[in-house]
Design a protein around this ligand. Structure first.
Ligand code: A2P
Length: 265
C-alpha cells in the first residue's frame, strides 16, 4: 500500500520535535486490541503513540513497538503519571514502572495526567528531576486550566512543554489555548473527534466541507486541529479509520473554512 504523506513535526519549547499527529490509545484496554492497533498504526506511518498508566496497556504497546523493527529514534512515546502517585518518590517509581512496561530506555514525553488539587506541585519536581537526568526528552501536563498553569509556571524550573486537553470544534477551549500560546506551551488535543459523546461528526457544515474537499468529516476536523498548530491524537483501533485519520496532509482548509469550523461553538 502507498504510504501517506509523512506526518510533519512541530517543535516543543525545549527544541524537541514531536510528530503533529499520533495515535491515542485510551479505551484500548483489551490487550490484544492495543498491540494490534499500535502495530497497524506504526505500519500505516504513525510515529507518535500516546498512552498513560491509567490505560493499562503500556506493556502491549511496548510489544508492538519492539515488534515494529523501527529504530528507537523513529518514534515518539508519551505516557502519563496517574494522580495516586504525585508524591515525589511515588512519581519517580511510577515513571520507572511505565518505562519498564514500555520496554524503553527513555521516554519522549511524560505528563501529569490530572492536576489533583495542588499535588501536581510535588509531582512536577519529580518530573523535573527525570528531565534533568535525561530519562525523558520533554515534560508536560494534561487537563490543566490557565490558573493551574500559572501556579505551576511560578514554581517551575522547567516550564511544561505541553498541555494535553480535550479539544474539538464543539469544545474549543479558547481561554486555555490563549494562555498556552502566550506561554509557549503546546496544545495537544485529545478526543479530537468528540466521538465519545457524539455530535461533531454529524454537523451539516462539516459534511458540506467534506464533500467539497473530497474528504470525510473526521479528516476535516483533524485538519482543523493541524492548522491550529495543535498536536492531535485520534484514537482508532480500526485499520481503515487509522489510515483515514493520518491521510490529512495533502490538502489545506481555506481561512474561510477554518472560520466556519471555529464558529461551530
Ligand atoms: P474506532 O476505534 O472503532 O475507529 P476520539 O479520539 O476523538 O475520542 O475518537 C475516538 C472514537 O472515534 C473511537 O470510538 C473510534 O472508533 C472513533 N473513530 C476514530 N476515527 C474515526 C473516523 N475517522 N471516523 C469515525 N469514527 C472514528
Amino acid at each position: 500500500m502507498a504510504t501517506q504523506t509523512a506526518t510533519p513535526t512541530i517543535t516543543l519549547n525545549n527544541g524537541v520535535p514531536i510528530p503533529q499527529l499520533g495515535l491515542g490509545t485510551w479505551q484500548m484496554d483489551d490487550n490484544e486490541e492495543a498491540e494490534q492497533a499500535v502495530a497497524g498504526a506504526l505500519e500505516a506511518g504513525y510515529r507518535l503513540i500516546d498512552t498513560a498508566t491509567l490505560y493499562r496497556n503500556e506493556q502491549y504497546i511496548g510489544d508492538a513497538l519492539t515488534g515494529s523493527g523501527l529504530a528507537r529514534d523513529e518514534y515518539f512515546v508519551t505516557t502519563k503519571l496517574w494522580k495516586d502517585s504525585h508524591a515525589y518518590g511515588d512519581a519517580l517509581q511510577a515513571f520507572d514502572d511505565s518505562r519498564d512496561r514500555l520496554g524503553l530506555d527513555y521516554l519522549d514525553l511524560y505528563l501529569i495526567h490530572w492536576p489533583n488539587g495542588t499535588s501536581y506541585r510535588e509531582a512536577w519536581r519529580a518530573l523535573e528531576r527525570l528531565y534533568d537526568e535525561k530519562c525523558v526528552r520533554a515534560i508536560g501536563v494534561s487537563n490543566f486550566s490557565p490558573d493551574q498553569l500559572k501556579d505551576l509556571l511560578a514554581r517551575a524550573n522547567v516550564p511544561p512543554a505541553v498541555n494535553q486537553i480535550e479539544l474539538h470544534p464543539l469544545k474549543p477551549q479558547r481561554d486555555t489555548r490563549n494562555f498556552c500560546q502566550q506561554h509557549d506551551i503546546r496544545i495537544q488535543s485529545y478526543s479530537p473527534l468528540q466521538r465519545a459523546s457524539g455530535g461533531v461528526l454529524d454537523q451539516p457544515e462539516l459534511q458540506e466541507l467534506a464533500d467539497r474537499y473530497n474528504k470525510t468529516p473526521a479528516q476535516i476536523i483533524l485538519r482543523w486541529h493541524i492548522q491550529h498548530d495543535f498536536v492531535v491524537i485520534p484514537k482508532s483501533s480500526n485499520p481503515g479509520r487509522q489510515r483515514q485519520n493520518i491521510d490529512i496532509f495533502d490538502f489545506h482548509l481555506t481561512d474561510t473554512d477554518m472560520a466556519t469550523i471555529d464558529n461551530l461553538a
